[in-house]
Write a protein that binds this ligand. Structure first.
Ligand SMILES: [Zn+2]
Length: 204
C-alpha cells in the first residue's frame, strides 16, 4: 500500500511541533523541510517559507520577530492576524445585505465595507459567521479607535440595572439620557440598551 506523501505544510508543522516554544530561525526549518520533502517526493519543495508565513497568518505559528517563529500549543488560537475565510466574509456580507449594520449605508452610498469581528480575535472571538458584522470604514475605525465606548456603554447598563433595583429615579433618568446619546450618535448599536427611548423634553 502506498504511503500518502507529506505536504510541505505537514513537514513544517512537524518540525515546529517537535520544538514547541522554541524560537526558530527560518533557515534551519526550511533546510530540514527541503531535505525531508526531497526524500519523499524526489523533487525539491516549492517555497517552504511561504508555508510558514501562511501558518502564521492562520494563527498556528507565532511570529517572534522577522524570520523567527515559534509554536505554542496553548496559543494557537489567539494570534491577532487570524481572519475570516473568504467564504465566511461573503456569507456575513450577504446576511447583512451589504450594508453597514450601524448606519445602514452601502456601496451605493459611496462607502467601503469591511467585515469586522464583533468580539475581537484577541479577546477570544471566533471566526464564525455569528461573530462577524458588516461595517463601513467610518464605523470600523470608530470601533477600533474608540473601543472604550463599548466598555462605557456596558458600564452604564450595569449602573442602570442597579438604579432600577434601588428605584433611584434620578439615576435611571440619567442612564436613559446617556443611552439616548449613544443612539443619537449611532455608537455601539450592537450592544442592546436595557430600555426603550425616552422622549426628549423641551428643546427638540
Ligand atoms: Zn456605518
Amino acid at each position: 500500500m502506498a504511503k500518502k506523501k507529506k505536504s510541505i505544510r505537514e513537514f513544517v508543522l512537524q518540525y515546529f511541533k517537535r520544538h514547541p516554544l522554541e524560537e526558530l530561525k527560518h533557515g534551519p526549518v526550511v533546510d530540514w523541510v527541503r531535505k525531508q520533502y526531497l526524500k519523499e517526493h524526489k523533487e525539491p519543495p516549492r517555497d517552504p517559507w511561504r508555508e510558514i508565513r501562511k501558518l502564521h497568518q492562520e494563527g498556528t505559528l507565532i511570529k517572534v520577530k522577522k524570520g523567527i517563529y515559534k509554536y505554542d500549543p496553548d496559543y494557537v488560537h489567539e494570534v491577532e492576524l487570524w481572519e475570516f475565510s473568504a467564504e465566511t466574509k461573503k456569507a456575513i456580507l450577504e446576511r447583512d445585505g451589504y450594508h453597514c449594520v450601524v448606519c445602514g449605508r452601502g456601496i451605493e452610498d459611496g462607502v467601503e465595507l469591511v467585515v469586522d469581528h464583533i468580539k475581537p480575535k484577541d479577546k477570544g472571538g471566533t471566526n464564525d459567521i455569528s461573530n462577524g458584522e458588516t461595517l463601513c470604514m467610518e464605523h470600523n475605525l470608530m470601533k477600533k479607535n474608540y473601543s472604550q465606548t463599548e466598555a462605557g456603554k456596558k458600564y452604564f447598563i450595569k449602573i442602570y440595572k442597579k438604579a432600577v433595583k434601588l428605584n433611584d429615579k434620578k439615576m435611571i433618568k440619567f442612564c436613559k439620557c446617556v443611552f439616548d446619546c449613544y443612539d443619537y450618535h449611532k455608537i455601539n448599536g450592537h450592544i442592546k440598551r436595557p430600555n426603550g427611548k425616552i422622549k426628549a423634553k423641551g428643546n427638540k
